[in-house]
Design a protein around this ligand. Structure first.
Ligand code: ADP
Ligand code: MG
Length: 731
């Protein structure tokens, strides 16, 4: 019997598909050629328009209507010179992907004459008919309007893969009444809040600092498999992960894939998507194999957070489109295959001043080291005080397979800082109670100065199990899911940092008012913060059982599932945090909570349905087919008069298959019933909990266990779904 599976495998060996990727020469010769950079703007805009655009990028200055018209005209001229006919506002709704609605420059005037047009109004604001995007009830259905608004700090670009050439304008997406409905609007607000608090604290050390911008360098992990094999797996197509599949004999135990040479076909794909990314100004830097077979990673040079977020979401889109050209399928899901490593998206994060200083890099002088220590300790304190907010920001059905399972990193948020800095903090802490005097201060500065620079040479971070690790000149937030929009994590991280720095300033100023010298006051508060946030520091193995017990003793939250983790979004403390930093109103947070719960419910619901469908329409029929073959064989042997011992094994296999089929069928049936009960729960939070604890937990692994047993019992010739070894090892 020919199946999609057998066809896919045959095609792979007869005609391995490979497209040639042209050599492109120096990357600098085409980097950013499809971006309306300031350099391009210089060429296409009047002086006035150029200055205004530049001002709005650098200093968040408003652009007025007439200048907007000029900018729009310049953008269109540039885009048309590259063969573009359409434009779109490009935004990031809470569905997790990007959204576009294309309009042509072409228009008809009232007198019937045709012309191409793109004015300031069209650049600045649009009203897409976007009533189906999730709003968590923020837009009543009678007022479904949502607006997109231009974000000049992220440059316009031309997307030319797949569907013609389109000028894309990065925008925010807000409701008619101003509530944000996307990831970008709150991110920009969080960055503003961080900027204010961080500049204030910087000014203790350097009055010249007027702007602080968080930086982000993400590392994107992903799997790539043959498209035809993927298409033969309804679960991969609909859920992005395999809901069934027995572990192959050869998984990742040899670790021979890790940093090994990249398979030729994947290599062509990589070069192709990298070239497309370069044209769009995404500064990709590294590519390599990851631990699991068919798993890879790429990472760019870090950028300002807002731009880095746009570039990551754009890259995910590009990868998906370019993969099609290569008849490959990119899997961005956090856990496409059970039993082998999942995928994450490490968020390397730091803070940069407009004077060119990385605030999380140890300085060259004692004074700059005190500034480093201030920001370093405030980061730890922020994570300590708001661990649950960070945890909520990365919660998703997909990420539960990493965080809630026995896999890197754990759901417990802790901070790894390495032994040198642990010692520095410890030294400072042991002076608690003693009063700092001038001499102490000098010694401490010297200590810091002596011990910190070694870090840079040593780069102590070998702890791969920490969700939040200091890596020499930045923190690495490792618990972010591979499919996530980094914005969510960055909104949380930058807001908690903004809040903590604000408090720090208040605390220091209070001591200064009481008569402490500035630097002594700073040291005192640093010391206080170290004591207060000590419990979040952990240097050991984050996967270990001991850590789970230890964390519990320390009172650190361990939220294993998404519905549980999301509760932190709507506590009084969280509402207060986001409101006082002007990032989210209470209503916005409640809406987002609702949306995240809905997303979770839908994801689990789809997976449950797919599991049922595959069990009934693929697994059981294949198993019965083979059973019939066995029955025929047993009957035949019996007829020839041979003793029962000659077909005892066949009978045993037959019996086992029957038993597994019975369990699979009855569990699928019970799962459907559990779903019906869950679906009738009106309250969204309660429904999400029911999906987690009454649908997913009691059934998913249980059904899977028996299906995977069947895969190992049933003749390969009858099995319709591509197996793990095929998807992971065939190229
Ligand atoms: P590794 O030793 O882990 O390869 P790298 O320094 O190369 O570390 O950085 C990994 C990621 O961290 C890259 O995406 C890089 O751009 C990013 N990164 C480096 N410095 C910073 C910084 N100051 N802020 C944000 N991200 C950074
Ligand atoms: Mg890393």
């Amino acid at each position: 019997m020919e199946t999609l599976r057998s066809k896919a495998i045959q095609n792979l060996s007869i005609n391995p598909f490979e497209i040639k990727v042209e050599a492109v020469g120096k990357i600098t010769s085409f980097f950013g050629e499809n971006v309306f950079t300031l350099q391009t703007a210089r060429e296409f805009l009047s002086d006035e328009a150029y200055k205004s655009l530049k001002g709005s990028i650098k200093g968040n200055k408003k652009i007025d209507r007439t200048v907007a018209n000029q900018i729009a005209t310049g953008m269109r001229a540039w885009a048309e010179s590259k063969g573009v006919t359409h434009y779109t506002h490009w935004f990031q709704p809470l569905t997790g992907t990007t959204a576009e609605k294309h309009d042509s420059f072409f228009t008809l005037k009232t007198d019937g004459s045709a012309l191409e047009e793109f004015d300031g109004a069209a650049l600045i604001q649009q009203e897409p008919d976007a009533s189906s995007f999730p709003s968590g009830g923020l837009r009543a259905t009678f007022e479904a309007r949502g607006y997109t608004g231009w974000d000049p700090s992220s440059p316009a670009f031309i997307m030319e893969i797949g569907q013609g050439k389109t000028l894309c304008i990065p925008t925010i997406f807000v409701s008619y009444t101003g509530e944000s409905l996307d990831y970008k609007a709150p991110l920009i607000k969080a960055l503003e809040s961080l900027n204010k608090s961080a500049v204030d604290v910087c000014n203790y050390f350097d009055k010249n600092v007027t702007k602080v911008t968080p930086t982000l360098g993400w590392e994107q992990e992903y799997f790539v498999i043959d498209e035809a094999l993927a298409n033969a797996r309804p679960d991969l197509i609909q859920c992005g992960r395999t809901v069934y599949g027995a572990s192959p004999a050869k998984g990742q135990q040899l670790e021979d894939h890790y940093f090994g040479s990249i398979p030729e076909r994947t290599y062509a794909f990589m070069r192709d998507f990298e070239n497309e990314s370069y044209k769009l100004g995404i500064p990709l830097r590294t590519r390599h194999n990851e631990v699991a077979p068919s798993q890879f990673e790429c990472a760019p040079i870090y950028e300002d957070v807002n731009l880095a977020v746009d570039h990551n979401i754009l890259l995910m889109d590009i990868m998906d489109r370019v993969a099609r050209r290569h008849r490959l399928k990119v899997l961005l899901h956090e856990k496409p295959f059970a039993g082998i490593n999942g995928s994450g998206k490490h968020n390397n994060w730091s803070l940069a001043t407009d004077t060119g200083v990385n605030l999380l890099a140890p300085g060259k002088t004692p004074k700059t080291n005190l500034m480093f220590l201030t920001f370093f300790v405030n980061s730890i304190k922020a994570v300590n005080d708001y661990a649950e907010v960070l945890r909520a920001s990365i919660a998703s059905a997909g990420n539960d397979h990493r965080l809630g399972a026995n896999e890197a990193p754990p759901a417990i948020i802790s901070v790894f800082i390495g032994e040198y800095l642990a010692k520095v903090l410890n030294d400072i802490e042991t002076r608690v109670g003693e009063k700092f005097d001038e001499q102490d201060e000098a010694i401490l500065k010297l200590d810091l100065h002596r011990s910190i620079p070694e870090l840079l040479l040593d780069n102590t971070d070998r702890n791969r199990t920490s969700p939040f690790a200091f890596t020499g000149n930045k923190f690495e937030f490792r618990a972010v899911g591979s499919a996530a929009n980094c914005a969510n994590a960055m909104i949380a991280l930058n807001t908690i940092m903004a809040e903590t720095l604000k408090t720090f300033k208040k605390d220091v100023d209070a001591l200064i008012e009481k008569g402490d010298k500035k630097e002594i006051a700073i040291m005192h508060i640093i010391q206080k913060y170290i004591v207060e946030s000590k419990k979040v520091l952990f240097e050991g193995d984050g996967y270990s059982e001991e850590w789970h017990q230890e964390a519990e003793r320390r009172g650190l939250p361990n939220m294993r599932t998404t519905p549980l983790a999301l509760d932190a979004m709507v506590t009084e403390k969280t509402k207060q945090l986001f409101e006082s930093n002007d990032v989210y109103t209470h209503a916005e947070l409640e809406a987002r909570h609702e949306i995240e719960l809905e997303k979770y419910i839908k994801k689990v619901q789809i997976e449950a349905r797919v599991m049922g469908d595959l069990a009934i329409n693929h697994i059981i029929p294949a198993s019965i087919g083979y059973q019939n073959k066995l029955i025929e064989n047993i009957k035949g042997l019996k007829e020839t008069g041979l003793p029962e011992s000659t077909y005892a094994s066949q009978k045993q296999i037959l019996k086992e298959i029957s038993e597994h089929i019975q369990v699979v069928y009855s569990k699928v049936h019970d799962m459907v019933e559990a779903r019906k009960v869950a679906n009738n729960i009106a309250d969204t939070r309660a429904r999400a909990f029911a999906y987690c604890s009454d649908v997913k937990e009691p059934f998913f692994d249980g059904i899977r266990y028996h299906v995977d047993k069947l895969e190992q019992l049933v003749s390969d010739a009858y099995w319709t779904l591509p197996k793990y070894r095929e998807m992971l090892l065939l190229k």
